[in-house]
Design a binder for this molecule. Sequence first.
Ligand SMILES: O=P(O)(O)OC[C@H]1O[C@H](OP(=O)(O)OP(=O)(O)O)[C@H](O)[C@@H]1O
Length: 176
Amino acid sequence: MIIHDKQFELFISSNQIQSQIADLAERISADYADKCPLFIGVLNGSFMFASDLLKEVNIPAEITFIKVASYAGMQSTGKARELLGLSQSVKDRHVVVVEDIVDSGITMEGIIHQLEQAGVASVEVASLLLKPECLQREVDVKYVGFEIPEKFVVGYGLDYDGLGRNLKDIYQLRLD
Ligand SMILES: O=P(O)(O)OC[C@H]1O[C@H](OP(=O)(O)OP(=O)(O)O)[C@H](O)[C@@H]1O
């Protein structure tokens, strides 16, 4: 499949994604059974994962979304980014940050730092994808769907310059 100028190939199917999400939701539901967690999805990329994950979470829970400034093309800008749109209080809440991908970890480090400053009772991360080889920050991702290699991916919320978010499978950049 071609997106903009690049060739991508199927990497993780929709069925694999949904099965992994069911497992994550079961673990999270058990861990937070008596905590009424606040899930915070990070827009735009997490919209599909947050939606499918929360449908499988079977305990009382709240969901809200935040945005951080954007990441153009295929490279991280390397700067910690501002957290926008957190309208409700997170003080004393058990928060689960929901992300499509933790790559360098710079975005997540910034988000966790700002939530801790705001007085959360606890914060953990649920990320569908994690690129362990790319981590430049010490970020503990408790709930990981798939650990993947360094290659750029699109689909299921993830974009390449704005395109590909609506794909229900995940595709990997073809290097040839
Ligand atoms: O670990 P990092 O290297 O910081 O990269 C991860 C971040 O990059 C992507 O977001 P992006 O800024 O592209 O915005 P988007 O969610 O709107 O696509 C992704 O959704 C994460 O938020």
